[in-house]
Design a protein around this ligand. Structure first.
Ligand code: G4P
Length: 529
């Protein structure tokens, strides 16, 4: 197949939602359509049986939350689909934000009863900022939930989206009769049974057709006609370009558990979702169809198998063809590297591949060369933008609890930070190490992993920090900078990249500092112009 055809047939996307909205269930049903798995329940039960297949951590099993981000690929209707799974748990939000730098579009899953939840709001905000095309899937229609119009309203307001339904529910919960596919003009009746194939659909090209009454009964047919008339009046007509530009978001309804409305979603997705998009590097815009390979690391995953202590760096290919055993430039290290066993990901396994194309994710075995955000190219000096660190929410000193294992601890901390599990700050004054995380749960994860993967034990000590502020002295007056460093020496540290960070202990002290040193800029994010 031609290189350009390979690009055109790829769809790389993420499913984002608040935990429990049905992301895992939906993912599994999508895989069923792709023939990538044979039975419902495979994704979850597989998770429990053998960790290697979906690369997740022991701790995930214990807690039942999706800690790891994995890649699932399958073929459907001539398209190569890559799903980048994103943890829904808020403590792992940063992992999800990073994954969103590698997707070309997203599907947002919303629970019809719970409506728009907190995590969904945060994640959609990031998608909106990056103009990522969004499709909304309203799930659990087999349960009693919010009225479709109210919910669409809520989505528009809370998520600041401009929506248009492409399918419409006929009833809900106990009375769910089916779904009307506005786009294709047909009715899919709900039987309650979960099947692999789409339930048979009946074309209703004219809504006034008596056939509709025979299918769903007089009252439901009447209601549907009224609702669709109302919907046509309220919502804009679907326009693909607007969707691609992030200005219009189509909505589908269904029940992932019953595999109902999922095929409509998948078919709709295939039809409208974008192929790999161009990406901005610091130097220039890079297009997928360029001949030279380039890509960036958006995730590093520790190998949980103690017999294989290497890590897997996940690279999103932005341009060109990635070939096995070919030397590529690791831009940050200014070093050429070859990879003899790059992995491609499939639903239940990963396999060594000879070639991968833009939109694909390759997993490269790594013994410590990669950090999140690193760029790999055919030789060009390119730096992909947009994987910044945000100020953590929680801070603690990390101490070595076993003096015999200080080396292991240092190595463990170093590697976990490269993976982006948390951020490390080293105090200038005394060299003490401070760990900053998005959620409290990460401290436990770090402790657990240090012990199980590195044989090191740590203890934590509380530390009162309000925010980590990256110090930008590019236009600072030298005397202000000198005074700031002297007065605040107790609160100054370096992040992993050696950037100066001020750990403000309260919003008040931050404000005072900003007033006292107006020429110094303080950022809550590690990347600034
Ligand atoms: P998540 O990945 O977004 O966290 O959600 P997940 O798919 O694990 O789904 C959360 C719960 O919601 C699961 O129930 C799942 O079976 C249920 N669910 C998903 N889709 C639907 C749907 O369309 N209708 C209904 N009624 N339920 C749905 P659970 O009891 O927490 O887990 P399990 O024991 O069933 O696996």
């Amino acid at each position: 197949m031609k290189f350009t055809d390979e690009i055109a047939r790829r769809r790389t996307f993420g499913i984002v939602s608040h935990p429990d909205a049905g992301k895992t269930t939906l993912t599994e049903k999508l895989l069923l359509y792709g023939g990538a798995i044979q039975e419902a329940g495979a994704v979850k039960s597989n998770k429990i049986k053998k960790g290697a297949a979906s690369d997740f951590m022991e701790i995930e099993r214990q807690r039942g939350i999706s800690v790891a981000t994995s890649v699932l690929a399958f073929e459907y209707d001539g398209k190569k689909i890559n799903i980048l799974d994103t943890p829904g748990h808020k403590d792992f939000a940063e992992d999800t934000f990073r994954t969103l730098t590698a997707v070309d579009s997203v599907i947002v899953v919303i629970d019809v009863a719970k409506g728009v939840e907190e995590q969904t709001e945060k994640l959609v905000k990031v998608c909106r900022m990056r103009q990522i095309p969004i499709i909304v899937f309203v799930n659990k229609m087999d349960r009693e939930g919010k009225d479709a119009f109210d919910l669409l309203d809520e989505i528009e307001q809370k998520l600041e989206l401009r929506v248009t339904p492409l399918s419409f529910p006929i009833g809900m919960g106990y009375d769910l009769k089916g779904i009307y596919n506005i786009h294709r003009k047909n009715v899919n009746l709900f039987t309650g049974a979960s099947s692999k194939d789409i339930h048979s659909t009946t074309a209703i090209s004219d809504l006034n057709d008596e056939k509709l009454n025979q299918l769903i009964g007089d009252p439901a047919a009447e209601t549907l006609r009224e609702e669709l008339e109302l919907a046509t009046g309220i919502y804009p007509e679907f326009n693909r370009q607007e969707y691609l530009d992030g200005e219009l978001q189509p909505v589908f309804f269904g029940s992932a558990l019953h595999n109902f409305g999922v095929k409509e979603l998948l078919d709709g997705f295939i039809e409208i979702a974008p192929a790999p998009r161009a990406k901005n590097a610091e130097e220039r815009l890079v297009k997928p169809n360029e001949k030279d390979f380039s890509g960036f690391v958006f995730k590093i995953h520790a190998n949980m198998d103690p017999r294989h202590r290497d890590r897997l760096a996940f690279i999103k290919i932005v341009s060109g063809t990635f070939e096995r055993n070919k030397a590529y430039k690791h831009v940050r290290l200014d070093k050429n590297l070859k990879f003899s066993s790059p992995n491609a990901f499939f639903a239940e396994k990963k396999e060594i591949v000879d070639e991968s194309f833009p939109g694909d994710i390759v997993g490269l075995h790594d013994t410590g060369n990669f950090k999140i955000g690193d760029t790999l190219t055919s030789g060009e000096e390119l730096h992909y933008k947009g994987i910044p660190s945000f100020s953590p929410e929680h801070f603690r000193y990390i101490n070595n609890a076993d003096p015999m294992k200080s080396k292991q601890l240092a190595k463990g901390i170093d590697q976990l930070m490269d993976e982006g599990v948390a951020q490390l700050f080293t105090l200038e004054l005394n060299g003490r190490k401070v760990i900053g995380t998005v959620g409290a749960l990460q401290f436990e994860v770090i402790q657990y992993r240090l012990e199980h993967e590195y044989g090191a034990t740590c203890s934590y000590e509380n530390l009162n920090v309000h925010k980590a502020c990256w110090v930008d002295g590019s236009v600072a007056k030298p005397e202000e900078m000198t005074d700031f460093k002297r007065v605040k020496s107790k609160f100054l540290c370096k992040d992993k990249r050696g950037q100066l960070v001020f750990l403000a202990d309260s919003s008040f002290s931050l404000q005072m500092t900003q007033q006292k040193y107006p020429s110094i800029k303080f950022h809550f994010i590690s990347e600034f112009e």
